[in-house]
Design a binder for this molecule. Structure first.
Ligand code: CA
Length: 230
């Protein structure tokens, strides 16, 4: 059996470079290294210990001579022999959760949220959800904290609405999130003034604008947010 040789060079950098390709939820720096090695075009990686996420890069890092080591954020350049590509090409596909920048997804480390804002074409609620799932997301975005409410309502320009997760069950009037095929009662809502106001007229979905959350007809055409749950 060929010996697969690879070298990890620790690089000192003050701030995380933002030109990463993928963000992956992992448990350790070693898992992060394995994710990088599995990808033939990955030349560098960063592991954030507090968030347990792994950032993958196509380009090697340039070290910063003034930076000091930081155990919360470990960055490595990776050099490997061609044997490594052969060894890992046949290794099992990772089951870790990936936030894929190539598909237009962004990662917000402070909230640990991987999301995409679809702001060019409007869709009805069911179609929007299908688009999210078909491009690898978990579902529409869950706005289930004050931080997410503040962050995402700011992204929607005045006069526009964007769908998020949540719909009302006619039988009980409860608002629920869908976890694959199971409905979970929503624990967080943050309605705009005067909302929800559409129970009588079948406003059974949720959109956000700059002012907060609105119950909205699921047949309305709106922009939308997708989320990959990390
Ligand atoms: Ca409404």
């Amino acid at each position: 059996m060929a010996t697969a040789k690879m070298v990890f060079d620790l690089v000192l950098i003050t701030t995380l470079p933002t030109d990463y390709n993928k963000v992956i939820k992992v448990e350790s720096a070693l898992d992060c290294a394995l994710e990088c090695i599995r990808k033939p075009r990955c030349d560098a990686m960063a592991f954030s210990a507090p968030q347990q996420v792994c950032y993958l890069y196509k380009q090697s890092f340039q070290g910063d001579p003034t930076a000091t080591s930081n155990m919360d954020l470990l960055l490595y350049n990776i050099k490997r022999g061609t044997e490594c590509n052969e060894v890992f090409a046949s290794s099992r596909k990772s089951t870790n959760t990936v936030c894929d920048q190539k598909k237009g997804y962004s990662y917000e480390p402070n909230m640990n949220v991987c999301y995409k804002y679809h702001s060019s074409e409007k869709f009805q609620h069911a179609a929007a959800k299908d688009i999210c799932i078909n491009e690898g997301a978990s579902n529409l975005l869950k706005v289930n904290s004050d931080e997410k409410q503040a962050f995402f309502t700011k992204l929607v320009p005045s006069g526009s609405y964007a769908y998020i997760q949540g719909d009302r069950r006619d039988s009980t009037g409860e608002w629920v999130y869908w976890e694959e095929t199971t409905a979970a009662v929503m624990s967080y809502t943050n309605w705009a003034d005067g909302q929800p106001n559409g129970a009588q007229s079948g406003q059974n979905c949720i959109s956000i604008d700059a002012t907060g959350q609105h119950d909205a007809g699921c047949h309305y055409y709106n922009y939308f947010f997708c989320e990959k749950y990390m």
